[in-house]
Design a protein around this ligand. Structure first.
Ligand code: PLP
Length: 285
C-alpha cells in the first residue's frame, strides 16, 4: 500500500513519524475518514470543512490547502486502486524536540500530515445492513468537546470491547440519562414515522453522514426531530439506526438485549440507506 506522509508518497513500510510527535505522545491531533465509492470521494467538502473546524478549535495551523488535500485523496485512491473503501487522514501537532505540555511554536514545529487508504470491497453492499446490528449502552465518560474530531479514542475503543464481550456489535453512550452517540457513529430512533436524533452540541460529533441523511430525509418528506432520547425510549421505538462514513446508514435491531420493533430492519433505515448511497454516488468527486 502507498501512503502519504508530509508531502511524500511512500510504501507503508518506509513511512515514518518521530517518537516525539504529539499525536503519539499526547493524542494531540485530529482526523477524518472519508468513504470511497466507485473510486470517488463521498462528501469530501463536508470532511474538509469539519477538519478545518477541528484544527481551529485546537489552535492548530493547517499545513495543507483544501485543493492539495483533495489531490492527495485522489492520488491515493489511484495509486492503491481503491474502488470501495475509506481514506484516513490525520493531522497532529507535530514533533517538537522534546515532550512538553505547552504547545510548540507552530512556525518552527509544523503539523504532521498522514493519509492512508483502507480497501473495503463490498462496503456499499454490506450484508450486515440486511440484518442490522446489536448495541449495548454504556456510560459516556469522554471529555466535553466531542464535537472536535480528535484522535483521543481510547474510551470509544473500550466501549467497542465491552460490546464485543457482551455479544453485541457496538455501544451507545449515555450521559445524564440520554443517548449521546455510538462509539464511532451517530445514533437515531424512529417512532411513529418520526426520525429522532440528538441535536448538535459539544456533546457529540457533528457527523458528515448525519447532515446528509437528515437533509435527504427532509427532502423525502420524512419528519426529523432533533432532541435527546433515552435507552428506554429507544427500546420502545419502531426502529433504530446509526450513521457514519464507514457504515452509511446501519439498522440497529437490539439494545441491551431488548428487540427493537419486529427485530428486523425497516422500513425507514433501509430506505434511508438506499437514498443515501444513491444520492451520495451522484455527487461524489
Ligand atoms: N460520532 C463519533 C464519535 C464518530 O467517531 C463518528 C465517526 O467517526 C461519527 C459520529 C460519525 O461521523 P461521520 O458521519 O462524519 O463519519
Amino acid at each position: 500500500r502507498t501512503v502519504y506522509v508530509n508531502g511524500d508518497y511512500l510504501p507503508e513500510t518506509e513511512a515514518k513519524v518521530s517518537i516525539f510527535d504529539r499525536g503519539f505522545l499526547m493524542a494531540d491531533g485530529v482526523y477524518e475518514v472519508t468513504s470511497v465509492l466507485d473510486g470517488k470521494l463521498i462528501d469530501f467538502d463536508g470532511h474538509a470543512v469539519r477538519l478545518q473546524r477541528s484544527l481551529d478549535e485546537l489552535d492548530m495551523k493547517n499545513p495543507i490547502s483544501k485543493d492539495d488535500l483533495l489531490e492527495v485523496h485522489r492520488e491515493l485512491v489511484r495509486l492503491n486502486g481503491i474502488d470501495e473503501g475509506m481514506i484516513y487522514l490525520q493531522i497532529t501537532r507535530g514533533a517538537p524536540a522534546d515532550r512538553d505540555f505547552a504547545f510548540p511554536d507552530p512556525e518552527t514545529v509544523p503539523c504532521t500530515v498522514v493519509l492512508f487508504t483502507q480497501d473495503k470491497p463490498g462496503l456499499a453492499a454490506n450484508p450486515v445492513a440486511l440484518k442490522g446490528i446489536k448495541v449495548i449502552s454504556i456510560e459516556d465518560i469522554r471529555w466535553g468537546r466531542r464535537d472536535i474530531k480528535t484522535v483521543q479514542l481510547l474510551y470509544p475503543s473500550m466501549g467497542k470491547m465491552m460490546a464485543k464481550a457482551a455479544g453485541a456489535d457496538d455501544a451507545w453512550m449515555v450521559q445524564d440519562g440520554f443517548v449521546t452517540e455510538g462509539t464511532s457513529n451517530n445514533a437515531y430512533i424512529v417512532k411513529d414515522g418520526k426520525i429522532i436524533t440528538r441535536p448538535k452540541t459539544n456533546d457529540i460529533l457533528h457527523g458528515i453522514t448525519r447532515a446528509a441523511v437528515l437533509r435527504f430525509a427532509e427532502e423525502a418528506q420524512m419528519t426529523v426531530e432533533e432532541r435527546n432520547f433515552t435507552i428506554e425510549e429507544a427500546q420502545d421505538a419502531d426502529e433504530a439506526f446509526i450513521t457514519s462514513a464507514s457504515t452509511f446508514v446501519m439498522p440497529v435491531v437490539e439494545i441491551d438485549g431488548a428487540q427493537i420493533g419486529s427485530g428486523t430492519p425497516g422500513p425507514v433505515a433501509p430506505r434511508l440507506r438506499e437514498i443515501y448511497l444513491e444520492e451520495s454516488r451522484k455527487v461524489a468527486i
